[in-house]
Write a protein that binds this ligand. Sequence first.
Ligand code: PHE
Length: 448
Amino acid sequence: MKIAQFSRTGFIMAAAGSAVGLGNIWKFPYMTGEYGGGAFVLVYLITIFFVGFSVMVAEMLIGALGRRDTVGSFERLAPPDKKGWKYAGFMGFNGLIIMTFYSIVIGWIFYYLFKLLETLPDSTDAAKKTFDNLVTNEAGIQIFWHTVATLIVTYIVYRGIKRGIEKINLILMPALMVILFGMLVYAFNLEGFSKAFSFMFEPDWSRLDSEAIVRAIGHSFFTLSLGMGAIMTYAASLPKNASITKTALIVTLMDTLIALVAGLVIYTFLFQEGSPPTQGPGLVFISLPVVLSNLGYLGTFLALLFFLALSFAGLTSAISLVEPVVQYFIDKFDTTRLKAVFTAGLLYYIVGIGALLSYTNRWGEVFSIGGKPLFDILEYTTDSILLPVGGLLIAIFAGYILQKERVRAALEHEMGKTFFNLWYFSIRYVAPIALVFMMLNLMGVLKI
Ligand code: PHE
């Protein structure tokens, strides 16, 4: 099966489009709020640069050398006596699990885009009511927007690497950056900016418990799209003249920058109005619109821009969550793209309905396990367990299973000798140790 190739810029934009997502603009700010600000941000930054970046290089390398779907790439690259490694390729299915809640959130964003055109809520109470009502009472509306999101995402994936994924990323990613940086310039001139800056960059160590550490490490994988084969699948379409190291670096920097900018913008608006940072997943849906309502038409305009950027970020990541399984179906069952997309879409669409119902008053209990809504279980399991496990497998495969000479031949000419040795050390020792440490911590958090 021949896989299409991206252009060089197309690949960078697609990988960045995957990385920059709801994780950056929706999740990162509310997690920073919940886990106390600066100290959380610092753990997140350290993991990104010392673990995330190395794992991203490894993940791209496996895709670029394997040139297949995730299962096929692991199988092809594993030595003859270690073919069992192909099962690691099933990490691609994590994408569908993520999509079960990701698509719901994209649906909320679409709903808000329409809603905000009418009016912005003028008090936190009113805003909370709108959001809570949507999530706990309006199953029908949510299913409608979840359906719209699913149709858009699956259609783009159906159009394939060149005409779908590359094309949409080349348009939406620059648009997203223009909007966010424009908002940053605006926020910079507000009083709340300096408070936002201190909140995000002055660590308060007393707030950092083991749960915060686990969540920060987990989130650094989530935000870089690591550990589930999205980057690997895209890298199977890497143009031959592209540099893995450079691309991974650009993507890591862009992703981090955008998360920090989004955080600064949101917190500036919040602190400007004295709103608390601890709103949980409703943060951008509740506090932000209220704050912006004080600005009249300008506020409506800013809110629209913000939710537009959020929807762009969500869509470009969503397609990368679906593509690995689609590629797997195509390679494995020699089926058409249409059938592969339909099957993958249907799988997450149905479970997604369960996830959204788990927040409703009416069905909440049916779709909860041990008092925890399915939505939360899916989210927690993917970013705190499945992605780090996927990352660990990738690190072990690149560091111990692939022959060193082969890895060196692929990377040393890009990195130079010293940097290559550092990277190799990181992938063999730093990344696995950090990930195992995180899992041990996680067991403590879960009290296993
Ligand atoms: N990185 C995306 C985000 O930040 C989510 C994602 C995770 C996408 C894993 C692909 C793979 O929202």
